[in-house]
Design a protein around this ligand. Structure first.
Ligand SMILES: CC[C@H](C(=O)O)C(=O)SCCNC(=O)CCNC(=O)[C@H](O)C(C)(C)COP(=O)(O)OP(=O)(O)OC[C@H]1O[C@@H](n2cnc3c(N)ncnc32)[C@H](O)[C@@H]1OP(=O)(O)O
Ligand SMILES: [Co+2]
Length: 133
């Protein structure tokens, strides 16, 4: 793990939250991107070395849709930047963490991503991100 890549925040209305975070952070988001496979539309704010990723569900039956139906808006996951996602998956699996998708999938912001189940990470949904070349 090289650094915190982003903090994922689940929101109900991406445009409203873009404006709120623009006021909060004093700068606008640098991109919006929909990840069809995840049923999510994202918006990214760069803050120093790390980012805030706002996440709005594009369909009810999606991780963010389910999260918002059971909980409220707020912090959804923490993402770590890794150099070699496949070796990190092997290391973490050997260390007893539950990997949700052993095969990395395409994420937002030009990344390959893997998620760990929160029940094996003290209740924190963890995402691993590797820059796609
Ligand atoms: C990839 C695009 C983008 C990127 O950065 O590139 C993203 O980050 S997309 C983010 C959205 N995608 C995901 O989150 C994929 C991984 N998530 C999942 O597979 C599910 O959401 C999962 C397995 C974490 C939860 O599934 P589900 O909601 O169907 O199950 P439950 O509601 O029964 O939850 C089980 C258990 O986990 C707790 N939970 C659920 N979500 C979270 C969370 N975000 N943080 C912490 N804990 C969470 C939930 O409370 C249940 O706990 P329990 O004690 O059993 O009540
Ligand atoms: Co993320």
């Amino acid at each position: 793990m090289r650094k915190i890549e982003h903090l994922g925040v689940a929101v109900s209305d991406l445009q409203k939250s873009n404006e709120l975070f623009r006021k909060l952070l004093g700068k606008a988001h640098y991109k919006e991107e929909t990840v069809e496979g995840e049923g999510v539309k994202t918006s990214f704010f760069q803050i120093g070395e790390t980012k805030i990723e706002l996440l709005e569900a594009t369909k009810e039956d999606s991780p963010i849709g389910k999260f918002l139906s059971k909980k409220s808006e707020g912090i959804h996951h923490i993402a770590f930047d890794v150099e070699d996602i496949e070796s990190e998956v092997r290391r973490l699996k050997d260390a007893g963490f539950e990997i949700l998708n052993e095969v990395p999938k395409i994420g937002a912001d030009n990344k390959l991503v893997v998620f760990l189940h929160p029940k094996s990470t003290n209740g924190v949904l963890v995402e691993l991100c590797q820059e796609r070349v």
